[in-house]
Design a protein around this ligand. Sequence first.
Ligand SMILES: Nc1ncnc2c1ncn2[C@@H]1O[C@H](COP(=O)(O)OP(=O)(O)OP(=O)(O)O)[C@@H](O)[C@H]1O
Ligand SMILES: [Mg+2]
Length: 461
Amino acid sequence: MTATTSHSLNALVVEDDKTLNRLLVDQLRRLGFETRGVVSRATALEMLEEFEPSLIVLDIRLPDTEEVEFIGELCEICPIVVLTAYGSIDQAVKAVKAGASEYLIKPASPQSIELAVNRALITAALRRSAVFWQAQARPLKVPNMVGVSKQYNVLRQTIELVAPADTTVLIEGESGVGKELVAEAIHELSPRADAPFVAVDCCTLHENLFESELFGHERGAFTGADRRKDGLIEVAEKGTVFLDEIGEIIPTMQAKLLRVLETGIFRRLGGTKDFQANVRFVAATNSSLKGLVEEGKFRPDLFYRLSTFTIDVPPLRERRGDIEPIARHFLATRKFMRNFEKDFSVQALKALAGYAWPGNVRELRNVVERAVLLSGNLRTIQQGHISLPEDADRSGPKVELSFDHEPTLEELRENYLIQLLETHQGNRREVARVLGVSERNTYRLIKKLGRQKKVGATFLP
Ligand SMILES: Nc1ncnc2c1ncn2[C@@H]1O[C@H](COP(=O)(O)OP(=O)(O)OP(=O)(O)O)[C@@H](O)[C@H]1O
Ligand SMILES: [Mg+2]
């Protein structure tokens, strides 16, 4: 037998239902694929000896370790679109974890097949080129993103590749690593750059408020809605909607968000008319969405929709080469009274380079700002002007938390937060500084405590 050498796109259908198999083969041929259909794993492996597919459509019946392994093997070859029975989204998610690119629920319409197939191919192409570009050195176009480390260069290149593609992007990373900056860069480098970039905080207690913020509301939708209001999706028309803290989104909104992500269709609160959104979605989270899915707190189908393309922003301690350039960048952007330039002493730089930066770039910015103040008129910032938490522990406030049992991590967090709020008289800004997280995040943590009635009204936002 001869190997296929044609450069057209090839597709392989693995489906034991003969009727469905034939339908899929026809459908893919109509989409321009040179297509073969097989009915079992064994015949698929045989076919792969002579046929090189650019895409595989595979029927699945997970959970079955063999099948998971099979997906793992196949996805080394090309992107896989899995077909699953209605009501088995969990299985689809397992398949995706095993390496499948897309899933389709049976019976899948020709349109949804075309969409899934295209998306799988685009994502695969992006991944391949991201890997390719990691090896290349070239000028970078992303503005305002300071960093010279290899990890940061890879990050920038990934952004440049994904920005024009209009796919949904999920940005993961610890607090303060610069996730919002990444989202802005994606927008700036996309064809949507001339339209608005709108950030939406997904952490909110009130369902109606969030829904009306995102989708808008009609007059009379709820008490106090005395006029119609456009949602942020409409405000961002032709631009980018940045869904910050997506892990915090309330369950009822998860379904509505999924709908708009999949179809672009949304409805104003209290309205009856459907609207078509023209926006690109970029989401960010500092907790693992996968973990939230496993805990049952996040819809697997929404997770899957969001995570087609994920960008991980590494913590600062894993790219220490970036500490000095970023610190200098913050120093340079400070305006000084007599307009002179400051610099760091060698010892000061050493102190910065050796620290773990749990609050990442945001913490670095705060430390540099403080050092500027402490150094007064001096041209050189000395080590003594760099105040890092270890120093504070020696001279400043001591933290003691006591429990009559071994506390869980959650209890530790809660108690520490309550103590900090007391020490700083509820000053959120100060608490945020100590914790090395954003004020917005602190706000979220306090609200969570309030919800559990663990802090008094005085501290509530
Ligand atoms: N590479 C960088 N160069 C310059 N400034 C940066 C860089 N990375 C982050 N920053 C700055 O650090 C601060 C924190 O970044 P950002 O708000 O994007 O973080 P985040 O990951 O969204 O944080 P959080 O999880 O707390 O919301 C911002 O002022 C941002 O401009
Ligand atoms: Mg942020």
